[in-house]
Every structure is written in structure tokens, then in C-alpha cells.
Design a protein around this ligand. Structure first.
Ligand SMILES: NCc1[nH]cc(CCC(=O)O)c1CC(=O)O
Length: 315
């Protein structure tokens, strides 16, 4: 194929970095590429995500792809709604960046070193819920904005710390600002955090095949499939208080032999009326070929746990 691939992207620094990375991989494999910037309502509004809705970052880009304005779209996977878009094919999930969250705090502090009453910025109910549940007496403040805007609130002294995706910081060259990479035991990342979704039109099989052969990473695809299936079964979107992490691990199979298996953990934060947060946790391990089923099993466990919590004896 010798035509130039037009790759659609949002215009933010993070989106440009992600899309350039995809374009470079395609160029290295011998394809010509061109970046096309698509402005989305999510870029133009500073309102909370919970108000402007899921899909704000991705639907304009998807429309440009479906309408033939571009041939490829690159998204942060975690920003995609869980419902599939029948016009499009998820041609590739490239090798995932480190999915963990990161703390950027004043004076090089870690989470445990922040004194009670410290103000931590995040716009994510998932991060807010897990931060409150740590019981460190942290005050969580709702913020939005790009990576640099958020980090500046710490340098300027407006906030004591912010929590951001480590992957986003890595992609825009800001890893040096991190004061602690958060252990998933304390802070489970968003489903699909650190992964990209590379889409083409569903009927464009040539592009689909080339994207898949150059960019797709099977382990990343499988892990993300489990996490997103959990999210979908919980009927929760990207701003839900839901964390998940799937990892390929060595485990024993049914015959007691060492085999590669998929270990999936999930968390749901449940606010009670008094402002306290309960965290519901569950995990499953199973075949890497049954990723989506594992995600749904995990969701079922979490839904049972939530039902038990909500119907349990009141205090
Ligand atoms: N919701 C915004 C968003 N979408 C993707 C990333 C980071 C990159 C990634 O997770 O792949 C971010 C910023 C953040 O969560 O700090």
C-alpha cells in the first residue's frame, strides 16, 4: 500500500505525543503518514467530565474517521466509551505503557509523608475515592486541565499534590516531576490506563491488517479486554469510581503445570452518606484466552459485594 495514512488526533500535548509515537512506528515499517488535528468538545470545555459526559474526547475523532476525513484514529483507550462503535474496528492495541498512577507532590513528598489536611488535586472519582479510603486525612479537590496545568498547581503552591497517570507523564517527558509511583494495592488504575486504541473504518480491511501487524501487542490487548469487560459489566464509564488492573502472570494450570495466566483485580469506591468511602475489592485468575469472561466474573463479584454492603446492617 503506497498511499499516505492520514492519522487523526486531538491537539493536546499528550494526544500529539501518542499519535506521533504511532506515526513513527508506521513510518519505520515503511508507511507514509500525515497527522490531522481534530478539535473535540472535551478540549474546548473546562467543565467537569461528569457534566459533559463520556466520549467527549473521542466522539469527534470517531466521526472524522467514519466520515473519511482521516484513515486512522488514535485514542487514549481509557477515554473510549465501553459501547463499541459499529462503524469502526479496533485494529491495534499497541504495547502498553506502565499503567500505574503517579503522585506529583511538593517538596518531593510521598503519599504517606503528606501531613493530614494536605490538599490533593484530581478530577477522577476513582482516584478521589481511593485517596479518601487511605484514611490519611487528605482533602481531595476537583481539578481539570492538561498535564502541565495540573503540575503547575503544585509548583505554584495552590495544591500540595496531584495524582496523574504515569503513562501520560512518560509520554510528554515529565517523569522527573513524579515524587512517588503509586502501588496498585493503594491505587488501582483506570481500566485500560496507559494503553492506546488505534482504530480504522470497519470496511477498510487493508488498513486494519497493516495496523494490526505493525502495532498490535497481544498481551496488552488481552489485559485491556479483561479490564474493559469488567467496566462494561458494571455499566460504568471513564468517570466512574472503578479501578482495574489485569496482568499476565505465571500460575499453575488445571494439571498443576506452570502456565501463563491472567490475574485481574478490581475496585469500586462506594460513598456512604457521611462522606466516608468504602472500597470493594475482588480478583480472579484464569486463562488468557478468556479475558472478557474473567472481567465479567470480576464485575459480578463486585456487584454482589456492593449489594451485600448496601443491604447490610446499618451503623
Ligand atoms: N482522562 C484524561 C487522560 N486520558 C489519558 C490520560 C493519560 C494516559 C493514559 O492513561 O493512557 C489522561 C490523563 C490522566 O489520567 O492523568
Amino acid at each position: 500500500m503506497n498511499k499516505t495514512l492520514r492519522i487523526g488526533t486531538r491537539g493536546s500535548a499528550l494526544a500529539m505525543a501518542q499519535t506521533s509515537w504511532v506515526a513513527e512506528a508506521l513510518e519505520k515499517a515503511g508507511y507514509r503518514t500525515e497527522l490531522v488535528t481534530v478539535s473535540t468538545p472535551g478540549d474546548r470545555s473546562m467543565a467537569p467530565i461528569a457534566e459533559i459526559g463520556v466520549g467527549v474526547f473521542t466522539s469527534a475523532l470517531r466521526d472524522a474517521l467514519a466520515d473519511g476525513e482521516v484513515d486512522v484514529a488514535v485514542h487514549s483507550y481509557k477515554d473510549l466509551p465501553t459501547a463499541p462503535d459499529p462503524r469502526l474496528s479496533l485494529a491495534a492495541v499497541p504495547v502498553r505503557e506502565d499503567p500505574r498512577d503517579a503522585l506529583v507532590a511538593r517538596d518531593g513528598l510521598t503519599l504517606g509523608e503528606l501531613p493530614p489536611g494536605s490538599v490533593v488535586g484530581t478530577g477522577s472519582p476513582r482516584r478521589a475515592g481511593q485517596l479518601k479510603a487511605l484514611g490519611l486525612g487528605l482533602e481531595v479537590r476537583d481539578i481539570r486541565g492538561n498535564v502541565d496545568t495540573r503540575m503547575r498547581k503544585v509548583t505554584d503552591g495552590e495544591l500540595d499534590a496531584v495524582v496523574l497517570a504515569r503513562a501520560g507523564l512518560a509520554r510528554v517527558g515529565r517523569l522527573a516531576g513524579i515524587t512517588e509511583t503509586l502501588d496498585p494495592l493503594q491505587m488501582l488504575p483506570a481500566p485500560a490506563q496507559g494503553a492506546l486504541a488505534v482504530e480504522c473504518r470497519v470496511d477498510d480491511v487493508d488498513t486494519e491488517h497493516l495496523l494490526q501487524s505493525v502495532l498490535d501487542d497481544q498481551a496488552s490487548r488481552v489485559a485491556v479486554a479483561a479490564e474493559r469487560a469488567m467496566l462494561a459489566a458494571l455499566e460504568a464509564g471513564c468517570s466512574a469510581p472503578v479501578g482495574a488492573l489485569a496482568e499476565v502472570v505465571e500460575d499453575l494450570d488445571a494439571d498443576g503445570r506452570v502456565a501463563q495466566r491472567l490475574f485481574v483485580r478490581g475496585v469500586v469506591a462506594v460513598d456512604d452518606a457521611s462522606g466516608r468511602v468504602d472500597l470493594l475489592r475482588a480478583s480472579v485468575t484464569g486463562e488468557t484466552t478468556a479475558a472478557e469472561q474473567l472481567g465479567r466474573e470480576l464485575a459480578a463479584q463486585l456487584l454482589d459485594a456492593r449489594a451485600a454492603l448496601l443491604s447490610g446492617p446499618g451503623q
